[in-house]
Design a protein around this ligand. Sequence first.
Ligand code: XIL
Length: 301
Amino acid sequence: ASTLGASAAQTGRYFGAAVAAHRLGDATYTGILNREFDMVTAENEMKMDATEPNRNQFSYGNADRIVNHARSQGKRVRGHTLAWHSQQPGWMRGMEGSALRSALVNHISKVAAYYRGKIYTWDVVNEAFADGGSGGRRDSNLQRTGNDWIEVAFRTARAADPGAKLCYNDYSIEDWSAAKTQGVYRMVRDFKSRGVPIDCVGLQAHFGTGIPGSFQTTLQNFASLGVDVQITELDIAGSGAQQADNYRRVTQACLAVARCNGITTWGIRDTDSWRYPGVSPLLFDGAGNKKPAYTAVLNAL
Ligand code: XIL
């Protein structure tokens, strides 16, 4: 097939992009989006600060712009994200304890219910594990409400939208030997053994110029717990043939794992990337031309 989405679909997978509502009026951007991608993630518009700017007052304008565009083009939506230590609204940042726990549950219930039936996968919880060698939870106001906050978040999301797949999403969990990867693995194994509703693990995959040699093993080991795995925020540093080769490796790793059912790049053109201008990590250049990395992915799908 001649586009990323159609090629991924040949093996039952999707190929997505993170989209910013304020760029939908850019014809080059939207032209590539409409042509190439069949899954959409809101880059910022479904985060807690965007959807609940004041306590129990919800705001869906920019998120709806993205969801409506995607659906009108026949594309599916990954919801990102219901619970995160970052990009919290100001009113939430200062909260703690049972009041924060109630606010979290209310947020998840309301947002997931509003989008009920329209979301393929929710990133229910984002980035809850610590970097470094501990393999434990990241300290945050949410974590300090009690270690069970993640399972409560998943149960709340399931009740609000029973049809959405529910994902745990994080970065630096691509290398199997990393303590952080092992910590997330133990949590998912525990959730599956106790019937906590989790359907997938999202690996953000914000890479430098090297891909961990164990990446495919990591995907397979999570999948073997009985969850889907999705590459949720892919971007890779470098340029030219080296960047293309790394994109090929990542695509091949996903294709080699039956339950790796989709890849999303975190943006469309290099100039849209959160890592630009330091890094030009995406599949299209600033003018919207296909880069060598694009061709490598298309050929690997
Ligand atoms: C980033 C966005 O791309 C930026 O526009 C924003 O300023 C900060 O957040 N991990 C995630 C994403 O889960 O939500 C982040 O997105 C990138 C890292």
